[in-house]
Every structure is written in structure tokens, then in C-alpha cells.
Design a protein around this ligand. Structure first.
Ligand code: KIV
Length: 273
């Protein structure tokens, strides 16, 4: 019997059950009401209000400038649309690193003002006090290891992480630490598939991969990449299911032609007195 199809509302517990039942978890980003509604109605299990909004919504080069107020605004828009999926909200850069009191305050704002269901933090042992403190308030936490875009200025590049054994060992020990501390799932971004499999087998909470191969318990993509809205981003792991940029361009071009030719609006598109 499918765990996820039975779930009227997806909870962190549903995801754990899905891992145990070896049912794959689906996760996608959303940042606004209209697309979040479509994503939820299509049956996605987890909607991530990702700080990738910084790139795809705000046109910024990195996720670093994202603020807590921005994240809360996007999460509020998504929350109004969603009936079934679990909503996870990214904690933006600067709201949890190095100060667990600020981390707790920020997570509480996300839960109270946006009614998110959980928060996601990037990092392992370096941020564990913040994870611990947020969990004490009963707020579920999703971890994020491997390529952690908020640390781009430390890495210097968005290339595959943890190819060397030392970094791989640290990643596995961070995953175990996040599980022991109480995280309900961990995103693994852009790491070798063999390492993702080792992590998946070493912990009993779900791993959700992006560029981490097929052995994770679930997969996540940025919605705008999957739909082919963002065309300047083509990593190996990305499968585009639509070329929406092309379709949108031709729809708008046709609209402009019709307006310029005077054929829009026609009689049936006009009111009479
Ligand atoms: O912000 C985001 O979209 C993410 C995903 C890439 C996992 O963190």
C-alpha cells in the first residue's frame, strides 16, 4: 500500500515512512501562489521555498543577499496555495550561522508569519548548535550537505563537492550528526552518486538528492529549471520537462502581433452596450 498516496497531508513522519517503504520522495521549489498551487495539485510531496528565489525570482547572482523578510514573503505566498505538500522554508544566509539565539528567533518568525511546516539549514557540525536550538522549539529541521550555495565565496565554484575521501568522510559524519541531533531529512547537493549511496545507507532519515544520483530516497529540482524557464543553467543533473521559455516567448510575440495588427480584441472579446 502506497504511504504517500494515502497521506491527506504530508508530514515529516510520512517522509520517514516513505523511506522505510522504499517509496521515492518528490520535492520541488516554489516561491509564489500560482505555481505552488499547480505543484501541490500535481501531487509533489515536499515544496521547498528555496533561497534559490534569489536567483530565479530576483535575478541575483548568488543566494547570499536573500533576507529573512524576502523568505517570509515567498513562504506566505506558497502557504496560501498548498493543501497537501509539506512546506519547507530555507533559512537565508546570516540568520543561523554562528548564533543559535538568532537562529531560533528567525525560525520562529518563519513558522509564525508564514506558517511554514519546517526549515532547512545548510551545513553540518559548524551549525549544529543552531539546529539543536531550533529543534527545542518543536520546529522540524531539514539538513543540506554537499554543495551549499550560501558558502559560494568559501568554495569559489559550484563544482561537484566531496570527490576526495577526506571531504566525503566529513560529509558522512555530518549526516550522522544531523540525524542524531533530530533532523527529519537531508538534502544532498552535487556530490558523487557513490557517496550519496553511502550516506543513504548510513542514516535512517530520508536523503533528497539534487545532482547526487539515483540512490537518494527522493529528488529535488528548482521548478524554473525543470519547466525550462531558466535557459542559462544547464548542469548535467538537470532534466528539463518543458521548454517554457520558448512557449512564453512565442505566446507574447503572437499577442504583440495581434495588438499591432488590430486583430485583438475581436468582436467576441469586446463588450457591447
Ligand atoms: O534553494 C534551493 O532551491 C535549494 C535546492 C537547490 C535544494 O536549496
Amino acid at each position: 500500500m502506497s504511504v504517500h498516496r494515502n497521506a491527506r497531508k504530508v508530514t515529516t513522519h510520512t517522509l520517514l515512512e516513505m523511506k522505510r517503504a522504499e517509496e521515492k520522495i518528490t520535492m520541488l521549489t516554489a516561491y509564489d501562489y500560482s505555481l505552488a498551487k499547480l505543484v501541490d495539485q500535481a501531487g509533489v510531496d515536499v515544496i521547498l521555498v528555496g533561497d534559490s528565489a534569489s536567483n530565479v525570482m530576483a535575478g541575483q547572482v548568488t543566494t547570499v543577499p536573500m533576507t529573512l523578510d524576502h523568505m517570509i514573503y515567498h513562504a506566505q505566498c506558497v502557504q496560501r496555495a498548498v493543501d497537501r505538500a509539506l512546506i519547507v522554508v530555507d533559512m537565508p544566509f546570516g540568520t543561523y550561522q554562528g548564533n543559535s539565539a538568532i537562529a531560533l528567533e528567525s525560525a520562529i518568525r518563519i513558522m509564525k508569519e508564514a506558517e511554514g511546516h519546517a526549515v532547512k539549514l545548510e551545513g553540518g557540525s559548524e551549525i549544529i548548535q543552531s539546529v539543536e536550538r531550533i529543534l527545542t522549539a518543536g520546529i522540524p529541521v531539514m539538513g543540506h550537505l554537499g554543495l551549499t550555495p550560501q558558502s559560494i565565496y568559501k568554495f569559489g565554484t559550484y563544482t561537484v563537492r566531496a570527490k576526495e575521501e577526506e571531504e566525503a568522510e566529513k560529509l558522512i559524519s555530518d549526516a550522522k550528526l544531523l540525524e542524531a541531533t533530530g533532523c527529519f531529512a537531508i538534502v544532498l547537493e552535487k556530490i558523487p552518486r557513490e557517496l550519496a549511496k553511502r550516506v543513504q545507507e548510513s542514516i535512517s532519515i530520508p536523503t533528497i538528492g539534487i545532482g547526487a544520483g539515483p540512490d537518494c530516497d527522493g529528488q529535488v529540482l528548482v521548478l524554473h529549471d525543470l519547466l525550462g524557464i531558466t535557459m542559462d543553467f544547464s548542469p548535467r543533473f538537470l532534466r528539463r520537462y518543458l521548454n517554457l521559455a520558448e512557449d512564453i516567448n512565442s505566446a507574447i510575440t503572437n499577442y504583440c502581433e495581434d495588438v499591432r495588427a488590430g486583430s485583438f480584441p475581436n468582436d467576441s472579446e469586446s463588450y457591447t452596450s
